[in-house]
Design a protein around this ligand. Structure first.
Ligand code: NAD
Length: 293
């Protein structure tokens, strides 16, 4: 039996949740956007509005299309707003306790057929699924940042995920115009299992004084042909998210090669989380980013 998705709920209106809401609405889905406060939801909506306005000014979108997309996104300050959703995608902070609490509170508000997706970067989909009343209808749908730009969605089945859930997810990813890759449910899946140890090593390289922020980023941009240096990329992802992913790899794979760099821990403790707090390995408060080391 195929499952048709018309309305998508999104939990978390940050970098990822906002992006997911935007691309889903732009592909014709009805979207309900949730966060911990109306203020956060409105900030997410304002970012989406700004992104779409930029597309209009570049001629990629008409003013009418922008209005239609925005009209498809409603604010969902409580989970009751998800009672007619066919799929809810969780994109709150990368913290297993918070995600567990969200799923426990969410399930009673959903219709029995509703699917649940998690945008987690690294946490076990099987373990998260077990906190719900519907592990068969639970799946990892891992979008990349920034969602409107990046082509890939990594899809992760938990041990109980049904074929119908997987097929409905595949159809959604295709309708959104993205490419899908399937990863098994192991810490960090594919993308972050490979990407985050590289970023962590770049931070060790900085910590041990092998290079400055600028020399490390220049080395990898021009020497390995990466479009962005690893420290610039870390700021883009969010240093709190980078640290959480390294902790999941370290604990989940029990191998010291995944030990988070102490300098990454220090930046997170300082609240210097990258672009989203306007300071990380670079300071973004001025006109041009300035390295902080
Ligand atoms: N940043 C990336 O590059 C990236 C890429 C792929 C996946 N992810 C994953 O996406 C998720 C979100 O990351 P982000 O970069 O958008 O983080 P973010 O910090 O930009 O946004 C997180 C949002 O979650 C909200 N939130 C916290 N607790 C909540 C709750 N109980 N209910 C509802 N909302 C809550 C916060 O208020 C915030 O607005 C994480 O699981 C992360 O690992 C991130």
């Amino acid at each position: 039996m195929s499952i048709e998705i018309r309305k998508v709920g999104v939990i978390g209106a940050g970098q990822m949740g906002g992006g997911i809401a935007q691309v889903a609405a732009a592909s014709g889905y009805e979207v309900a956007l949730n966060d911990i406060s109306e203020e956060r939801i409105n900030a997410g909506l304002a970012t989406i509005n700004g992104n779409l306005a930029r597309q209009v000014s570049k001629g990629h979108l008409t003013e009418e299309e922008k209005t239609l997309i925005l009209a498809r996104i409603t604010s969902a300050p409580t989970y009751e707003h998800f009672n007619d959703a066919d799929l809810v995608i969780e994109a709150a902070v990368e913290n297993e306790d918070i995600k567990r609490k969200i799923f426990q509170a969410l399930c009673p508000a959903l219709k029995p057929t509703a699917l649940i997706g998690t945008n987690t970067s690294s946490i076990s989909v099987t373990r998260l699924a077990s906190t719900t009343d519907r592990p068969e209808q639970f799946i990892g749908i891992h979008f990349m940042n920034p969602v409107p730009v990046m082509q890939l969605v990594e899809v992760i089945r938990g041990i109980a995920t049904s074929e119908e859930t997987f097929e409905a997810t595949r159809a959604l990813v295709e309708k959104i115009g993205k490419s899908l890759t399937v990863a098994e449910d192991f810490p960090g899946f594919i993308v972050n299992r490979i990407l985050l140890p590289m970023i962590n090593e770049a931070i060790y390289t900085l910590y041990e004084g092998v290079g400055s922020v600028e020399s490390i980023d220049t080395a990898m941009r021009l020497g390995a042909n990466h479009p962005m240096g690893p420290l610039q990329l870390a700021d883009f992802i969010g240093l709190d998210t980078c640290l959480s992913i390294m902790q999941v790899l370290y604990e989940g794979l029990a191998d010291s090669k995944y030990r988070p760099c102490p300098l990454l821990v220090k930046y997170v403790e300082a609240g210097w989380l990258g672009r989203k707090t306007r300071r990380g390995f670079y300071d973004y408060r001025g006109e041009k980013p300035v390295p902080t080391r």
